[in-house]
Design a protein around this ligand. Structure first.
Ligand code: FAD
Ligand code: SIN
Length: 510
């Protein structure tokens, strides 16, 4: 593996791979990824990617829907950029061989999801992410991009205020290495694994955000954690809860209480297609009201052939657990799904630290504001990765100085993942209170003190989840209002004074 490259990418989901494939024409690219190439949130995306293709649609409508969901915090210029650049890049994916579902005329078969005023979800049945990941990985074979699996980025190298690469752990040899780069691009995905119930796979431990925060990069809006309303109750695969796509409600699926009574019309005029935060809180409320551990999602009134053809992954996975969704409702619960905040970046993915970039779910361009519209995250990752790559032709000439001596002695931290999850589920979930957040803070602060400074190779992910949990809790405590995904029982309304991003920045070296 090269020890010095022009562009070093951490992460091989849609953001990292899109960037890598496009930046390859400007210099050498190395992608480090902590497990296998396709282990990413991207690979599990179901619903699709939002883009304006419908005859009755316009960019203004998509912008309007996105900004409405974001409840006053969307960075509007970034939203406009995302919506305008999106369709071209989706067409590019299609041209690369991405098998998006099309109608009899060869036009995209557009799906419908909550908060969208028009049909605009381009999808590959219900396995859109897997299909995107597949073509992007195929595409890297046509470039000189090097992808190195089982390499866990541990910490960023910072010298004279600039980011010059990463320290990483080779998970096979257990040795620490250092890669220098003119530009370091974090594309490490989300933080779902800080919760017990999450749709995210095991890789989603917020590593990039923790690493960037440790060297003093600005991190924004960490309180806005999105809970998806419909993950299958009480069944987990490899530590994640299985998602039932919102697209299924877009095709007529209905949420019901455990006794079979539809309830979404009591909460929002958009019914089952209300914004995700509204639906998730409604589910929780109905669970408490009916003293049940789940609600039901019913598609059994739709034609069985349609369900099997349009949602094959969901149909087959549920069937493997003994639930035939063409005949019976699915028990579902809300689960942590997506982070709207992250490393604060501009529209070229530049962070507040020179030579450090952040893309996709670990970055915060501000397009989602206080609440992400369904299927806007694949779009955001795609658009801003492409823009960042364009910028790379001018990124050269870092001064690396003498190679830094790396201590080979492993620092050992405790494995606190289980405790973190328990605290986050209990106190930092869909409905928060000052008192609960303070309890969570006291616990997580105590955990934080168990990790000293320096490079940790044992339980590195656990160390990162502590940092990320602390950021979510501190940001939530600061926002004394309810807005979008952040609902505080003590302050149930939106307040003008909080119409701004929550920014956190360490002094470096934490
Ligand atoms: P990821 O795809 O998560 O990739 C992160 C990469 O970083 C991985 O390769 C990982 O191994 C690597 N990595 C992490 N830490 C390290 C480290 N320390 N060292 C080395 N490598 C590291 N969004 C939509 O828009 N539409 C959908 O339909 C949709 N459905 C979803 C369904 C599910 C079940 C889930 C979980 C999410 C869904 N999302 C959807 C959200 C969307 O999939 C993600 O936001 C998006 O894929 C994130 O892409 P990414 O490239 O930023 O990160
Ligand atoms: C889903 O398919 O419901 C997930 C879509 C998303 O997270 O954008």
């Amino acid at each position: 593996m090269p020890q010095q490259v022009d562009f070093l990418v951490v992460g091989s989901g849609i953001a990292g791979l899109t960037f890598a494939n496009k930046a390859a024409k400007y210099g050498t690219v190395l992608v480090l990824t902590k497990k296998r190439k396709a282990d990413s949130n991207t690979n599990y995306a179901q619903g699709g990617i939002a883009a304006v293709f419908g005859r009755d649609d316009k960019p203004e409508y998509h912008i309007e829907d996105t900004v409405k969901a974001g409840e006053g915090l969307c960075h509007k210029r970034a939203v406009r950029t995302m919506v305008h650049d999106g369709p071209g890049l989706v067409n590019e994916l299609h041209a690369m061989g991405c098998r998006f579902s099309v109608d009899a005329n060869g036009r995209f078969d557009l799906g419908q999801e909550g908060g969208h005023s028009r049909r605009r979800i381009v999808h590959a049945k219900d396995h859109t992410g897997q299909e995107i990941e597949r073509v992007l990985l195929e595409e890297t074979k046509k470039t000189d991009v090097t992808i190195s699996e089982n390499e866990i980025a541990l910490d960023l190298v910072i010298r004279d205020g600039e980011c010059l690469g990463v320290y990483y752990l080779d998970a096979d040899t257990r040795r620490i290495g250092l890669v220098h780069a003119n530009a370091t691009i974090l594309a490490t995905g989300g933080i779902g694994q800080i919760y017990q119930h999450t749709t995210n796979p095991a890789i989603a431990t917020g590593d990039g955000i923790a690493m960037a925060y440790r060297i003093g990069a600005k991190v924004a809006n960490m309180e806005f954690v999105q809970f998806h309303p419909t993950a299958v109750f009480n069944i987990k695969i490899d530590g994640r809860s299985f998602l039932i796509s919102e697209a299924i409600r877009g095709e007529g699926g209905v949420l019901k209480t455990k006794d079979g009574v539809p309830f979404m019309d009591n909460y929002d005029s958009a019914g089952n297609l209300a914004p995700r935060d509204v639906v998730a809180r409604a589910c929780l409320n109905e669970m408490m009201r009916t003293d049940s551990r789940y609600v039901l999602l019913d598609v059994s009134h739709l034609p069985a052939d349609f369900i099997k053809n349009r949602f094959p992954t969901i149909y087959e996975t549920c069937l493997s657990w003994g639930i035939d969704i063409t005949r019976e409702p699915i028990p579902v619960v809300p689960a942590a799904h997506y982070l709207c905040g992250g490393i604060l970046v501009n529209e070229w993915a530049e962070s507040s630290i020179p030579r450090l970039y952040a893309l996709g779910e670990c970055g915060c361009t501000g397009v989602h504001g206080a609440n992400r519209l369904a299927s806007n995250s694949l779009l955001e990752a795609l658009v801003f990765a492409a823009r960042a790559a364009d910028k790379m032709k001018k990124v050269t000439g870092a001064k690396f100085g003498k190679p830094v001596k790396i201590k080979q002695t492993a620092k050992t931290g405790p494995n606190l993942l289980f405790q973190i999850k328990e605290i986050m589920d209990r106190y930092v979930g869909l409905i928060r209170t000052d008192e609960g957040l303070q309890i969570a803070k006291a616990n997580v602060d105590r955990f934080r003190r168990l990790f000293d400074n320096g490079i940790h190779i044992i339980n590195a992910e656990s160390r990162n989840t502590v940092v990320v949990a602390q950021l979510v809790i501190d940001s939530a405590l600061e926002r004394k209002e309810s807005r979008g995904l952040h609902y505080m029982a003590d302050y149930p309304t939106k307040r003008q004074a909080y119409s701004r991003d929550t920014i956190k920045q360490s002094q470096g070296g934490t």
